[in-house]
Ligand binder design. Structure first.
Ligand SMILES: [Zn+2]
Length: 170
């Protein structure tokens, strides 16, 4: 029996396979203020949080797929609620990566994809947001986002891709 794929937080990302999309469709979703162009993630749907802004309309925008590692660590202990995990299962250590999105000028925290080890990571490496699984129970696969390394750090190809991704958003 297949479990139902459900985003662990509704409205924070799209293309995670819940509607049959492929990985290429995966995007984190933020909101952008129409008055000051500030982008928020986690999404802000009520008031613009920029203190210097008179207040504008907040509309949903997909964030850049790729960014660069700003900081990272690993998680050796189970995080407290509201983190969703099965207390019966042994905690699987994972990496936590803070990624700087150039176009949005923000840092987005997330888990490294399965198999990404601390030793693989360095500040400045390029990563991309991919669909991931946070937890599974008998009926549900709870989906989230993971950061996956795109390949050789600082290669000409990666640079071009990063610029391309930023250009689409801007
Ligand atoms: Zn604003």
């Amino acid at each position: 029996m297949s479990r139902k794929r459900t985003p662990v937080v509704a409205g924070w990302f799209t293309g995670d396979g819940t509607d049959g999309e492929g990985e290429a469709d995966f995007r984190l979703l933020g909101t952008r203020c129409s008055a000051c162009a500030s982008v928020f993630f986690p999404r802000e749907d009520v008031f613009c949080r920029n203190p210097g802004c008179p207040g504008g309309e907040l509309t949903e925008v997909p964030l850049s797929r790729r960014g660069r590692i700003w900081s990272y660590t690993d998680s050796r202990y189970r995080p407290p609620a509201p983190y969703v995990s099965d207390p019966e299962l042994e905690w699987q250590p994972c990496t936590l990566i803070a990624v700087e999105l150039e176009a949005e000028r923000m840092v987005v925290l997330g888990q490294g994809a399965p198999g990404v080890a601390l030793a693989d990571l360095a500040v400045g490496m390029e990563v991309e947001a991919v669909p991931g699984v946070l937890n599974e129970d008998t009926e549900t696969t709870w989906t989230t986002w993971h950061w996956r390394l795109t390949g050789t750090p600082g290669s000409a190809e990666a640079e071009a891709d990063a610029k391309g991704a930023a250009g689409v958003v801007a």
